[in-house]
Design a protein around this ligand. Structure first.
Ligand code: HEM
Length: 365
């Protein structure tokens, strides 16, 4: 650097500024990831404590204020007493019982708005102060749009449980969970794209396969959402056999056949098991191949860690199943799914290195 003339040092200064901005934006995205993680876990607790239908309206702004006095509590409880879930499952629930389920759902909704603010306000500030480099604004805007869509999907999901049934549609629950996971993964990818990477890029095949693992993890999370939405983990609580066989019978009893994969608890659980074996096999292959092609690199080490994380996740899944879905195990299984996905996303971006710096282009030119 000392050998550079005054003229040559200008791009370097610009480079330093850009790296500083990247560190700042990255730090903010890590905070967003943390809040997203808590939001997803609270969402899981809301579902597992069957609290998700306790607030029967969607008021994006006013919904933040909970009932403040006895009369307001009674009013909120009366609204809940109108829906089939109360009539068929919770008749005789006390006001205190109602408050418990209310607070879970309320916390989930407030956290969701909170993450919106933690995302949107700093984004506006960074844009205003010129800290968002070219190309990055579009990516962050896309994540913000996914977040807004997620709010609407959350309500679309709750709405499915307010009339004619006592729980929400498993299709909508799985969509809501998968979109949450997609937002998490996308945020991780952008954050890691802004990080400096000391390792040379991985070869094309390693990059591509790391990307496939992210996609497989998202599919497996969708399948998990279907299992959860159908309460399909409350039956066939044995492993490795299911209903006494490796491949149980009666998987395709519902007509038309495709519906079994979404509506038949037995088939849905079986497919989630198969999905786990498939992703484990893919991650094992990736670990061996990356170890061979990229021996001794960070990429190889990360491929190994990813396989281990998936193995642990499968073991947690099995434990959740054989113990008939205890709250804490089910929550651990859901939270760990995000850890696995987040790591897979970081690994994928790592194989491709950082986003090119604008100043790199200037320097080469
Ligand atoms: C290895 C990759 C796996 C991933 C990424 C994964 C992911 C998920 C996810 C995201 C859910 C939804 C959680 C929720 O919304 O509460 C879920 C549910 C579930 N998974 Fe897995 N899973 C995996 C493997 C397994 C295995 C091997 C089993 C058992 C053999 C299993 C059993 C279950 C059960 C019983 C549920 C329903 C839990 C509930 O009702 O809350 N999972 N899984």
């Amino acid at each position: 650097m000392a050998a550079l003339s005054h003229h040559d040092s200008q791009p370097l200064e610009a480079r330093d500024t850009q790296l500083r901005n990247r560190a700042l934006v990255r730090g903010w995205l890590y905070i967003v990831l943390l809040v997203l993680f808590v939001l997803v876990v609270v969402g899981g607790a809301t579902r597992l404590t069957e609290s998700g239908l306790s607030i029967t309206e969607w008021k994006p702004i006013h919904g933040v204020i909970p009932p403040l006095n006895e009369a307001e509590w009674q009013e909120e409880f009366a609204k809940y007493q109108q829906i089939p879930q109360y009539e068929e499952l919770n008749q005789g629930m006390t006001l205190d019982g109602f408050k418990t389920i209310f607070w879970w759902e309320w916390a989930h909704r407030v956290l969701a708005r909170g993450v919106g603010i933690v995302f949107a306000l700093p984004l506006a500030f960074f844009l205003w102060s010129g800290r968002i480099e070219r190309g990055l604004g579009g990516k962050l805007g896309f994540i913000l749009a996914l977040g807004a869509l997620q709010g609407a999907i959350g309500w679309w999901m709750v709405a499915s449980g307010l009339v004619g049934r006592t729980d929400v549609s498993q299709y909508r629950l799985a969509t809501h969970l998968t979109l949450a996971a997609l937002i998490f993964a996308a945020t991780m990818v952008v954050a890691r794209g802004l990080a400096p990477h000391s390792e040379p890029l991985a070869d094309r095949q390693t990059q591509r396969f790391a990307g496939i693992l992210v996609a497989l993890a998202l599919v497996q999370i969708y399948l998990g959402g279907l299992v959860a939405g159908l309460n399909a983990g409350l039956s066939y609580n044995t492993w490795p056999l299911m209903d006494g066989a490796l491949v149980p019978g009666d998987l395709l009893v519902v007509e038309p056949v495709w519906r079994n994969f979404f509506e038949n608890p037995k088939t849905v659980q079986f497919v989630h098991r198969l999905g786990a074996y498939a992703i484990l096999a893919a991650a094992l292959w990736h670990m061996v191949e990356t170890g061979r092609r990229q021996r001794g690199t960070t990429h190889a080490r990360r491929a190994l860690v990813l396989f281990c994380l998936l193995l642990v996740q499968a073991l947690i899944g099995i434990a959740t199943l054989v113990m008939q879905v205890p709250l804490h195990w089910a929550l651990l299984h859901q939270g760990f799914a995000l850890v696995v996905l987040g790591f897979a996303a970081a690994h994928w971006r790592g194989t491709k290195g950082s986003y090119p710096l604008e100043t790199d282009v200037v320097e080469r030119g």
